[in-house]
Design a protein around this ligand. Structure first.
Ligand code: 5AD
Length: 439
C-alpha cells in the first residue's frame, strides 16, 4: 500500500482541491494518511494570498524535509506553487514537484518523474479544466464542499488569485447537480457551493439563481451555502432565489474590503460604499434576519486615517455578524504594488487591532440579541475542547450543546442560552431530536 499525506492551507477551494488530489492519487492506489512519517508522497497545498501564508509554507516544507526517506516525494501544489513555479524548485532543493491548480491530472506523471530523479513544475493554465471525471475523495459526513466555478475574471488590485487560478469558468449545472445528488444519497445534507466569485456562476445557459433553485431542491439536502459572492453579481434573480429556496441558509459572506469609496476604487472593486450598502439593504429586505459576514483589508496603499475610520463606521452601519480582517500584503504582479503611499507596517498593525475590536463589539451586540431565541442547528462534531457537541445555525453561528455523540449529523432545535460574544451555548428544546437525518 502506498500512502498520501496532504497539508492544506488557505481557502475552502483548497480544501476541495485537496479532496481532488486524494481522488487523483486514489485511482493510482494511494491511501490517505495523517502521518507524514508513513507517507510515500507528501503534498503541501498552498495559498498565495498574503505573504505570511507563503512564509508558513516555506517553514513547513523545511519541517517536512525530515520525513523524506529515499523514495519519498515532496510536492508543492496550489496557488503559491502556481505563482512561483520553477523558482520554487530552485529555491527549495528538497521539493520534487510543483503543480498549480489546473495541473493536478499531471500528478502521477510528475511523481513518477520525481522518483526517477527528475524534478519538474507544471503551471500551465487550462481554462477547460474542471476535473469532471475525477471523483473527489471526501470524508463523508453531513457537510460537503462542491466547486462550481474556478478562476476569477475580476482584477482587484490587491489580489493575486487571478494570476494563480486563471480565467473564470463554470462547471455545467447538470454535472454539479449529479454530484450533489450523489452526495445526498450518501447522507450529506449540507452543501457549500464554491467559486472565487460564486454568484457570477454561468455555464453559458444557466446562472447562479438556477443553481440555487436546482441544488436547493435535491432530496435530502437541507442546507445550501455558498462562498464567496461578489457584491456586483447579486442580481435581483439571485436574491429572489435565495429568498425563495427554503434550503438556502440565511447567511451570506460578502467581502467588502473597505468602507471608503476612494479606497474601493483604487482596489478595483467596482462598487462604492453606497453600492455595497444598497446590496446589503436588498439582501435584508428579501431575507429578513440574514446574517452577514465579510472580509476587510486595512492599510491598503494610500489609506488615510479618515478612510480607515470609514471602514470602522461601515462595520457599525452594516452590523456584521463576523469579519475576517487582514493587513494589506503586497503581492508581486498585482496592480496595487505600483501605488504610492504604501502604509507603514506599524500603522497597519495598529489599524488591524482597532478593526478587530470594532468587529468583536458589533458581533457581540448582535449575538446578545439572539439569547433566548430558538434556532435549528446541525450537530457537526465534538467541540475541540471539552465534551460538548459543536453545532451550527443556519446563520452560521456556532452553538455548543450538551448531549451524546450520537446526535452528530442530526438537526435539532435549541434555545440559545449564552454567548461568549462569538460562540453560543444552547439547550435542546423539549421536542429534542426532531427531524433527525443521520449522515
Ligand atoms: N493582502 C491582504 N489581504 C488580502 N486578501 C486578498 N488579497 C490580499 C492582500 N494582498 C484578502 C481579501 C480577500 C480574502 C480572501 O483575503 O480580504 O477577500
Amino acid at each position: 500500500m502506498k500512502y498520501l499525506y496532504v497539508e492544506t492551507y488557505g481557502c475552502q477551494m483548497n480544501v476541495a482541491d485537496t479532496e481532488l488530489l486524494f481522488g487523483v492519487l486514489g485511482k493510482e492506489g494511494y491511501a490517505p494518511t495523517d502521518e507524514p512519517s508513513k507517507a510515500d508522497v507528501m503534498l503541501v497545498n498552498t495559498c498565495a494570498v498574503r505573504d505570511n501564508a507563503e512564509q508558513r509554507v516555506i517553514g513547513r516544507l523545511g519541517e517536512l524535509k525530515r520525513f523524506k526517506r529515499p523514495g519519498v516525494v515532496l510536492g508543492t501544489v496550489g496557488c503559491m506553487a502556481q505563482r512561483l513555479g520553477q523558482q520554487l524548485l530552485e529555491d527549495v532543493p528538497h521539493v520534487d514537484l510543483v503543480i498549480g491548480p489546473d495541473g493536478y491530472r499531471a500528478l502521477p506523471d510528475l511523481i513518477e518523474g520525481a522518483l526517477a530523479g527528475d524534478r519538474a513544475a507544471d503551471v500551465d493554465f487550462k481554462t477547460w479544466e474542471h476535473y469532471e471525471d475525477i471523483a473527489p475523495q471526501r470524508e463523508i459526513g453531513s457537510k460537503a464542499f462542491v466547486t462550481i466555478q474556478r478562476g476569477c475574471d475580476y482584477r482587484c488590485t490587491f489580489c493575486i488569485v487571478p494570476m494563480t487560478r486563471g480565467r473564470e469558468r463554470s462547471r455545467k449545472l447538470s454535472d454539479v447537480l449529479a454530484e450533489v445528488e450523489s452526495l445526498a444519497r450518501r447522507g450529506v445534507s449540507e452543501i457549500t457551493l464554491l467559486g472565487q466569485t460564486v454568484n457570477s456562476y454561468n455555464d453559458g445557459e444557466r446562472d447562479f439563481a438556477d443553481m440555487l433553485y436546482e441544488v436547493g431542491a435535491v432530496a435530502g439536502i437541507r442546507r445550501v451555502r455558498f462562498t464567496s459572492p461578489h457584491p456586483n453579481d447579486f442580481s435581483n434573480r439571485v436574491i429572489e432565489a435565495m429568498a425563495a429556496v427554503p434550503t438556502v441558509c440565511e447567511h451570506v459572506h460578502l467581502p467588502v474590503q473597505s468602507g471608503s469609496s476612494r479606497v474601493l476604487k483604487l482596489m478595483g472593486r467596482k462598487y462604492d460604499r453606497e453600492g455595497y450598502l444598497r446590496c446589503v439593504e436588498q439582501l435584508r429586505r428579501s431575507i429578513p434576519d440574514i446574517a452577514i459576514s465579510t472580509d476587510i483589508i486595512v492599510g491598503f496603499p494610500g489609506e488615510t486615517e479618515a478612510e480607515f475610520l470609514e471602514t470602522e463606521s461601515l462595520v457599525r452601519e452594516v452590523g456584521f455578524d463576523d469579519a475576517f480582517t487582514f493587513k494589506y500584503s503586497q503581492r508581486d504582479g498585482t496592480g496595487a504594488v505600483r501605488l504610492p503611499d504604501q502604509v507603514p507596517e506599524e500603522v497597519k498593525g495598529e489599524r488591524l487591532e482597532r478593526i478587530i475590536s470594532t468587529v468583536r463589539e458589533v458581533a457581540c451586540s448582535r449575538n446578545m440579541g439572539l439569547i433566548g431565541v430558538k434556532v435549528e442547528v446541525l450537530a457537526e462534531g465534538m467541540a475541540r475542547r471539552g465534551e460538548l457537541i459543536q453545532s451550527r445555525t443556519r446563520g452560521n453561528k456556532v452553538v455548543l450543546i450538551d448531549g451524546p455523540a450520537e446526535l452528530i449529523g442530526s438537526y435539532l432545535t435549541v434555545r440559545l442560552t449564552g454567548t461568549t460574544g462569538a460562540t453560543f451555548t444552547g439547550v435542546p428544546t423539549p421536542t429534542g431530536k426532531e427531524l433527525a437525518i443521520v449522515g
